[in-house]
Design a protein around this ligand. Structure first.
Ligand SMILES: [Zn+2]
Ligand SMILES: [Zn+2]
Length: 339
């Protein structure tokens, strides 16, 4: 190799190294651990709320353990119960992602009132809080994202290993035991939704949706097997286990997707694109994209980012069931693109 060629390949390597370093530096958010941390009176909430949240977090977990023991003791429960688990998870999961999140919270598209009601009820059946409370908490999350006042940032417990662990637990479900979940400011965060009479009536019926979320799979299990065993399996797999799976996937967006993953777009928080949850959470795991463009109906903004909820919204649009679908322009995308 001549001297000239050597110099070229060294300078190419150098250029590659510099561009890699620049890319890494850009991936780091302009965000630092907030020394103020969490608000001091955050955990000063009524006992009733604590007990209710303990049931919401704990009972599906107990159901999962019982379902696994039954599987161990009595063998395979049968395909209908697996279908109920997966079908129920897809329906109520999309109730959250398409209904509560993209439609109600961010107005990413418009649709007919019965379809809006359908997605709202599907979301309520996931038992992640009533529609108004869910949307108010989530709008506050966007307002304060990863700074003091964020209901579920994993990054406000300090930068030590223990602090990071505590933060992840807080972001996953610990925040349900705080004031943000117990007393969300509905008039401030969802003034548009509190004027929607149909939505208010569905919100007030939240306890009925909780009951139906368990009663429907129990009844289906009883009907297809004509037995108490079928009712119990329907309750466990179509009810408790399905709720457990849906809960923990949604909660992982708040915890995992603010810590682990890549940043493709500039934001002022630490939101990340996580491929595992991009797929499992039906598109919501492209969370850095979502924080960069909150009103976009599509979260998987890069061609390879699979976004099931977007596919459904796009299909609705093609069928004339959705309109005013919000998408960022190519120019705006490129402007915020980190690499
Ligand atoms: Zn977030
Ligand atoms: Zn959002």
């Amino acid at each position: 190799m001549t001297n000239g060629q050597e110099n070229t390949s060294t300078s190419q390597k150098e250029a590659k190294r510099t561009s890699r370093q620049a890319r890494r530096a850009r991936q780091r958010p302009k965000w630092e651990f907030d020394p103020a941390g969490l608000e001091p009176d955050l955990y000063d909430i009524p006992w009733g709320h604590r007990v209710a949240m303990l049931a919401v977090v704990g009972l599906p977990m107990v159901g999962l353990v019982i379902a696994i023991i039954c599987l161990w003791q009595y063998g395979w429960m049968g395909w209908p119960f697996l279908a109920m688990l997966i079908g129920g998870w897809l329906l109520t999961g999309m109730g959250i992602t398409i209904g509560f999140h993209r439609l109600l919270t961010h107005n990413s598209f418009a649709t007919f009132r019965p379809i809006r009601a359908f997605w709202t009820i599907a979301g309520a059946l996931a038992i992640e809080g009533s529609p108004l409370v869910w949307c108010a908490v989530h709008r506050r999350h966007h307002e304060k994202s990863d700074h003091q006042g964020d209901p579920h940032s994993p990054l406000l417990h300090g930068s030590s290993i223990l602090g990071m662990f505590k933060g992840l637990v807080h972001a996953h479900f610990g925040w349900l035991f705080t004031k943000y979940s117990a007393q969300p400011n509905l008039l401030r965060y969802v003034p548009d939704l509190v004027n929607d009479r149909l939505l208010i009536s569905m919100d007030r019926a939240y306890y009925i949706w909780i009951l139906l979320s368990l009663a429907i799979p129990t009844a289906i299990g009883a009907a297809i097997t004509q037995s108490w065993y079928g009712a119990a399996m329907g309750f466990l797999w179509g009810g408790a286990v399905r709720i457990f799976v849906t809960h923990h996937i949604t909660w992982s967006i708040n915890s995992i997707c603010h810590v682990f993953g890549k940043r493709h777009f500039h934001t002022t928080d630490n939101s990340r694109n996580n491929s595992v949850f991009g797929i499992l959470a039906m598109g919501e795991g492209w969370h850095n994209n979502h924080h960069a463009f909150p009103t976009s109906a599509r979260h998987g903004l890069l061609w390879w980012q699979f976004d099931l909820s977007w596919i459904v919204i796009r299909a609705m649009e093609k069928l004339g069931l959705a309109w005013d679908v919000v998408l960022p322009s190519r120019r705006v995308l490129e402007k915020r693109r980190l690499y």
